[in-house]
Write a protein that binds this ligand. Structure first.
Ligand SMILES: N[C@@H](CCC(=O)N[C@@H](CS)C(=O)NCC(=O)O)C(=O)O
Length: 213
């Protein structure tokens, strides 16, 4: 049995996949692919036509889209289940992942984190207007997640789920920006959740850090 994850060190979606593999205890080979590189190997595009990361390859079965990858990992490998059994809890899990992907990723990561933290770390010019507009959009996302969170250490169903593992890396990047931290601090249920998620061994072990750290 071979499991290969094609991923990029600083990619938040790659972190989600690595985190789920770690929580499930799935050993795997890691192949670094930089989706922002102009010389990305053309062979990779046969796996992922949209030129993104990550992609999972399990015994020749190629799968991209992080939510599909993490669900597949949970349903294929042993280890504590990361999806609840009740219909409503499962619907909430899917809803939260949908919110993160559709409304959270861009403002939290590509606007706030990228322009406040990542670009300055790598000496690239940052755009303050991206940070400001990202914060406005992120406020709505955190407000929606705060309303859906159960309260306590997990978002859904009082157990660790794929929803927690999808949000945690995004929140880590958002929280690395001063403005992001201030927004998170205004959301009490998410703050309690973040305190508990960010202390998990798998989360700490998979943290890619920042360039130059
Ligand atoms: N819908 C994709 C999104 C993956 C994604 O956007 N990955 C980023 C890195 S975090 C990427 O490859 N970006 C390359 C680009 O924007 O050109 C998924 O769920 O896997």
């Amino acid at each position: 049995m071979t499991v290969e994850l094609h991923a990029y060190h600083y990619s938040v979606y790659s972190w989600i996949a690595r985190l789920v593999l770690r929580e499930k205890g799935v050993s795997h080979d890691y192949v670094e692919v930089n989706p922002f590189a102009t010389d990305m190997p053309s062979e990779y595009l046969t796996k992922h036509p949209f030129r993104r990361v990550p992609t999972l390859v399990h015994d020749g079965f190629v799968l991209y889209e992080t939510a599909a990858i993490t669900r597949y990992i949970d349903e294929t490998f042993t280890g504590a289940p990361l999806q609840p059994t009740g219909n409503r809890a499962r619907a909430r899990l899917t809803q939260i992942i949908g919110i993160i992907d559709a409304y959270g990723y861009w403002p939290m990561v590509r606007q706030v984190f990228s322009h406040r933290v990542f670009k300055p770390c790598t000496g690239q010019p940052a755009d303050e207007s991206e940070v400001r507009s990202g914060i406005v959009s992120s406020e709505r996302v955190l407000g929606a997640l705060e309303a859906l969170a159960e309260g306590g250490g997990f978002l859904v169903a009082d157990q660790l789920t794929l929803a927690d593992l999808h949000l945690a890396p995004m929140m880590a990047y958002f929280n690395a920006a001063e403005e992001g931290r201030a927004v998170l601090a205004r959301h009490p249920k998410l703050s309690v959740w973040w305190h508990s998620m960010s202390a998990r061994a798998a989360f700490i072990a998979t943290d890619p850090g920042l360039p130059g750290q």
